[in-house]
Design a protein around this ligand. Structure first.
Ligand code: ATP
Ligand code: PRP
Ligand code: MG
Length: 297
């Protein structure tokens, strides 16, 4: 295959992952000119292009080397690994991206008496994830029938084509609407950045490393807050003890007030009103909580 000098990332053309994936790439400084057919998007600033496809096709496109990376649900990536066959290049999950969170679960009719996986022996389970379900059943030592369906798995018990299901759950609304009850979680999923296990040793590899560094910065700061406050030197220890997790705070002098310090701390996650009130009680004042947009360590 002719080597490309531009990086190519596969992502979902139209679905749950499309908007958040584009937003994430934008935050990494990647913007795209969308082509008329919207299957290929040319990257404007960096030499990185997008291929917009069905999410199920993404792992295969990476394994074939048509794309260098892909943004896809862990559920799809892991299913591919279990069903693709031995001659297919193995893939790696390089980064978890924090959106598209859902879980792959077993759900049984509400009236079914379920206590343990062994209760599933001999039953028929409808799923779009025969690889993941089969691996879990083997791990549990349970022999059950696997009925593979492409979609609308939740209606299989009512149609009588299966006794129970193994499907994606997020709010649980789909299960409730179909009188089903979640009993076992097989996989916690979210969107991930997938790629080959060995990254190319050329300029594309360098570009991938650059993208990883930017992604790490975006992911790290997405939930981070910068806390600014003023405190007296005497109250400093008590205030520092109450700071939400993060690296050591930075201390700055306050002009004209030798007893006062300005404190700056990067907090991993939200800072709640309650935490702020506690810190204030310990002696802090003039407190600000700011969102962080970019970080390069
Ligand atoms: N209810 C949900 N809430 C959050 N994330 C979900 C939910 N359902 C699925 N996902 C995640 O989003 C991914 C894409 O879901 P979507 O429903 O858009 O896929 P699809 O119908 O298979 O799309 P495609 O047309 O690309 O094949 C899933 O593989 C899963 O990782
Ligand atoms: O727990 P919930 O919040 O109800 O989400 C779970 C549902 O979401 C997904 O389906 P989707 O809505 O994408 O429909 P489709 O896959 O059947 O097209 C998934 O296949 C479940 O059916
Ligand atoms: Mg799909």
């Amino acid at each position: 295959m002719k080597t490309r000098d531009r990086l190519r990332i596969a992502m979902q053309k139209s679905g749950r992952l499309t908007e958040p994936a584009l937003e994430l790439l934008k935050r990494c400084g990647l913007t795209f000119r969308q082509s008329r057919d919207k299957l290929f998007c040319f990257g404007e600033g960096e030499p990185v292009d997008l291929l917009l496809v069905r999410d199920d096709d993404i792992p295969g496109l990476i394994a074939q080397g048509v794309c260098d990376l892909g943004i896809v649900g862990r559920n799809v990536l892991d299913e591919f690994a279990l069903t693709a066959g031995r001659d297919v290049a193995p893939l790696a999950e390089w980064r978890a991206l924090g959106f598209g969170r859902c879980r792959l679960s077993i759900a049984v009719p509400q009236e079914m008496d379920y206590r343990a996986p062994s209760d599933l022996a001999g039953l028929r389970i409808a799923t779009s994830y025969p690889g993941l379900l089969g691996a879990w059943l083997r791990g549990q030592g349970v022999g059950a029938g696997v009925v593979t369906l492409a979609g609308s798995v939740e209606i299989a018990p009512r149609l009588g084509t299966a006794d129970l299901i193994c499907d994606l759950v997020q709010s649980g609304g789909t299960l409730a609407a179909n009188q089903l009850r979640e009993t076992e979680v097989l996989l916690e999923s979210e969107a991930v950045l997938a790629g080959p296990q060995t990254l190319p040793a050329d300029e594309r590899g360098d570009m991938i490393e650059l993208l990883f560094r930017r992604l790490d910065g975006v992911i790290q700061v997405r939930e981070s807050r910068l806390l600014l406050l003023q405190t007296s030197r005497g109250a400093l220890d008590a205030v520092v003890r109450l700071l939400p997790g993060g690296p050591q705070p930075t201390l700055l002098p306050v002009a004209g007030q030798p007893d006062q310090l300005m404190l700056q701390a990067l907090c991993a996650g939200e800072v709640s009103w309650r935490q702020l009130e506690e810190i204030k009680k310990a002696g802090a004042r003039e407190m600000f909580v700011l969102p962080v947009e970019k970080m390069l360590a």
